[in-house]
Design a binder for this molecule. Structure first.
Ligand SMILES: [Zn+2]
Length: 227
């Protein structure tokens, strides 16, 4: 019976034997010969059942250990281009996470620390980016429709053809000058939906040193993440 085991990904190829892999997030990938029948696959799963379950448990333990270890007193987090230390506090604060020249996370919320941090970054990103967009919109006369905050890892910003501007919450880890560049870049896209000379000319008119901020993003994009 297969009941306890779930295959997350089955890859058939011109190979002769089966192979099993447990990913870091405890998923099971089974590589099988092209012509393996369902009962061949079932046999492998039966034979390897204990190995699969053991390794999935190990992967889960490891994953939860990593998350808990990252949120300890003294660990530093980026906000507006600066690193701030985290302190785990024992008293029952009103808010799970507060910021005052450093991060203060209530001990009772430790098991959901990552989610709480992301929530905090989303709030800050929404407020900061909206403020800067509004500022440059007033200066330039460029109009936009809505601002969305996304979870994108690589795409800091985007602009839809309806004038909706989207930004990753990760952008709020960058210095304000870089946030300004991202804001202006997407705002100018409401008028120039391309990266033509005209587009860059309009960006430069609002931010004469924009190339420096572009370079910062190229050099430092890897810090804009929460592991
Ligand atoms: Zn662009």
């Amino acid at each position: 019976m297969l009941s306890e085991i779930t295959i997350d990904k089955l890859v058939r190829s011109r190979r002769k034997s089966f192979s099993l892999e447990i990913t870091r997030d405890a998923k099971l990938i089974l590589r099988a010969p092209e012509k393996a029948s369902l009962s061949d696959i079932q046999k492998v799963l039966d034979r390897k059942k204990r190995w699969i379950l053991n390794n999935q448990n190990l992967a889960k333990e490891r994953a939860s250990g990593i998350t808990a270890k990252e949120f300890v007193t003294g660990k530093e987090f980026w906000y507006l281009g600066k690193l701030y230390k985290l302190q785990i506090i024992n008293n029952h604060a009103v808010l799970p996470l507060t910021f005052n020249n450093g991060f203060y996370l209530s001990h009772s919320h430790l098991d959901n620390a990552r989610g709480i941090f992301i929530h905090w970054y989303i709030d800050q990103a929404g407020a900061k980016i909206a403020g800067r967009i509004n500022h440059y919109s007033l200066l330039s006369g460029l109009k936009y429709n809505r601002i969305n905050i996304t979870n994108a890892r690589r795409r800091w910003g985007s602009c839809s053809n309806r004038g909706n501007l989207s930004f990753s919450w990760r952008a709020v880890m960058a210095p304000l000058s870089v946030i300004d560049y991202l804001a202006v870049h997407e705002l100018v896209h409401t008028e120039e939906m391309n990266h033509s000379g005209r587009f860059w000319g309009k960006v430069k008119a609002l931010l004469p040193d924009y190339e420096q901020q572009r370079k910062w993003l190229r050099d430092n994009h890897q810090i804009l993440s929460l592991f």
